[in-house]
Each structure stands twice: as structure tokens, then as C-alpha cells.
Design a protein around this ligand. Structure first.
Ligand SMILES: Nc1ncnc2c1ncn2[C@@H]1O[C@H](COP(=O)(O)OP(=O)(O)OP(=O)(O)O)[C@@H](O)[C@H]1O
Length: 306
């Protein structure tokens, strides 16, 4: 399906946030079996990080924030959240009474070993799943009170997702993948193209606009996912193991980029990882083990505990 066909088919049936939601689910399913071209990353893009080079330019927030909110309230709040998986007769508690408040401007790293409940927590923080018990608030709204399309709308406006599986639409080019959320926001087409072009430029992929996801390396796909997550300028960026499958250099680039978005753009960044190295970027670290918060550490950036 082409970009136009996808848009026209879905626009007639659903509201825009719901479409993005459905497409991302399909894309994440499709991309699991798709391991990429294996093409080596060029290092040229390392020059493009506006937060690393000295050109003085940086990512200007594209678009305007569509949310009005009380800034004293947490962006995301979890109270006594449990997630219980049912496997036949057996119940398994993956999260056991999590209380957590996340405020604007934080760089939060959720750290825990394999099986500790990170992805489960991530899905709840991103309002992609609902708790078995307890309450999740996004922008002061109890998400279990919202219907599916309201939830998709608020989530689309508030959260940019960067998932390990990249969630790119396999039949769309790099440029079209970035354009997709903008098309559904009813942006002026020319402005949307400019924005997509700018975002691809800053993630160093202007020369890959016409490539399909299968013709990109893992690191390049991750950067398309970042460009797309920034397209609608959400206040929160939620990243699941953002450097997971990447070589050190590309991983470093992506982290510095996220760090720049935090420092220069005031974005709230939430990263879920098992990689201890990432805590140096954090303003707060949540240690999770066996479905419980073990401790929470306030930090000054660059490695020191407060
Ligand atoms: N759909 C499910 N049904 C049953 N159990 C599940 C389900 N999803 C996760 N679990 C279990 O819940 C626990 C937490 O899983 P989760 O994926 O959140 O851990 P994680 O910390 O993200 O692990 P990893 O770092 O290995 O990805 C694990 O013991 C896992 O086996």
C-alpha cells in the first residue's frame, strides 16, 4: 500500500490518532521478522547531530504544543499499579504495586535486569496497556476512564515512542514513515514535507529518503523512528532500550541526541533499559526488580548521585 492509499483508506473510517495506533501495531508485528539490509552505517551522520556539533543550530520544535496543562501536575502518575498476567490457571504478577510520578523536564531511566517488568511498565507508562489494579494518569486523566479513541488521541499528542522493534511501516519509504503522523494531523502538505525533510536531515538520513525500512541498517531505522517520534512535537519521549541492537557509536549518537532534546528542548525523556551506562544521562533513576521499585535515585547529570 502506498502512503496515499493508507491515508485515504483509513481517514474515511477512523480518527487520526486511532489510525496511527493501528498502523504501529501492524508495523511492530511486521518488523519483528525483518532484520534489515545489514548495510553499514556511514559516519557522515555523526556530523549532523545538532546537539553535538558546534554549528550553533539545534532542533527547533516543529509545530506547536496542542496540550494545555497544569505544570505542577505530573505528566504521568502511577498509583498502586499491578499487572497480573493470566496463563491458564496460573497468575503471574509482573508489577506489584508501583507508585511513580513523572514530571515535565525529567530524564528518567528505568533500570532493571531481564524479566524485572521493564517492558510491562513501559507499556503502562505509554498508556499502551491498562493495569490489572491501580490507576495510571496521563496529563491528569485516568486512562481507564477514556475510551479507545480518546486515549489514542491524548497519547498521540503527548508521547513519542521509540521502540526496539522500530515500528516502521515496511511498505513506506523513510520519508513517508516520518510524514505519516503529520498527514494525520492535517498539516499543510508542503509544511509537512519540509518538517519531515528537516527531521531526516538532523538524524543524518537525508540521503535515504526513498529507502524502505528493509533497505536500512538497524541504526538507521532507529533514527527514522526518532525522526517520526519528533514529528508531532510531543512533550514526552518514551524509549525502550533505544540503543539495544546498535553498535557503540550509533548508540552513543542516539543517546546524545536524546540528551540534547532534554537539555535544549525541555522534552521529558523516559528510557527503559538494562544498560547501567545510561544512568549518566539521567536526572532520576528508578531501579526495578521482580516487579517492584527497589529504589529511586535523584542524580545530577553526568554521573553523580545527589
Ligand atoms: N503476556 C505475558 N504473559 C505472561 N507472562 C508475561 C507476559 N509478558 C511478560 N510476562 C512475564 O512478566 C515478567 C516481566 O516481563 P517484562 O517483559 O516486563 O520484563 P523485562 O524487564 O522487560 O525483561 P527483558 O529485559 O528481558 O525484556 C517476566 O517474568 C515475563 O515472563
Amino acid at each position: 500500500m502506498t502512503l496515499t492509499e493508507i491515508i485515504e483508506t483509513f481517514k474515511t473510517r477512523f480518527n487520526s490518532s486511532k489510525i496511527m495506533d493501528s498502523l504501529e501495531k501492524v508495523a511492530s508485528f511486521n518488523s519483528e521478522s525483518d532484520s534489515g539490509s545489514g548495510e553499514k552505517d556511514s559516519e557522515v551522520y555523526l556530523e549532523n547531530n545538532p546537539y553535538v556539533n558546534s554549528s550553533g543550530s539545534y532542533v527547533k520544535s516543529p509545530g506547536i504544543s496542542r496540550i494545555t496543562r497544569d505544570e505542577r501536575e505530573p505528566l504521568i502518575k502511577l498509583t498502586n499499579v499491578w499487572k497480573i498476567y493470566q496463563m491458564g490457571e496460573v497468575e503471574f504478577a509482573a508489577l506489584k504495586g508501583i507508585d511513580l510520578e513523572i514530571y515535565e523536564g525529567e530524564f528518567l531511566v528505568v533500570l532493571g535486569p531481564s524479566g524485572s517488568g521493564k517492558s510491562t511498565l513501559m507499556n503502562l507508562l505509554g498508556c499502551l496497556d491498562i493495569p490489572s489494579e491501580g490507576t495510571v494518569y496521563l496529563n491528569s486523566e485516568d486512562i481507564s476512564e477514556l475510551d479507545e479513541s480518546e486515549l489514542a488521541r491524548i497519547r498521540g499528542q503527548m508521547i513519542g515512542f521509540i521502540f526496539q522493534s522500530f515500528n516502521l511501516i515496511p511498505t513506506l519509504s523513510t520519508e513517508e514513515n516520518v510524514l505519516l503522523p503529520l498527514e494525520f494531523q492535517e498539516e499543510n502538505r508542503e509544511a509537512a514535507r519540509k518538517k519531515a525533510s528537516y527531521l531526516l536531515d538532523i538524524v543524518g538520513l537525508s540521503n535515504k529518503k526513498k529507502n524502505l525500512p528493509s533497505q536500512l541498517s538497524g541504526g538507521q531505522r532507529q533514527r527514522v523512528a526518532i525522526a517520526r517520534s519528533l514529528a508531532v512535537n510531543p512533550p514526552i519521549i518514551l524509549a525502550d532500550e533505544p540503543t539495544g541492537n546498535l553498535d557503540t557509536k550509533t548508540g552513543d549518537y542516539i543517546l546524545k541526541f536524546l540528551d540534547g532534546l532534554h537539555e535544549r528542548e525541555g522534552k521529558t525523556i523516559i528510557i527503559v533499559t538494562h544498560d547501567l551506562d545510561l544512568v549518566k544521562y539521567a536526572t532520576r533513576v528508578v531501579y526495578i526488580r521482580d516487579g517492584e521499585i527497589e529504589k529511586i535515585e535523584e542524580r545530577r547529570k553526568n554521573g553523580t548521585e545527589e
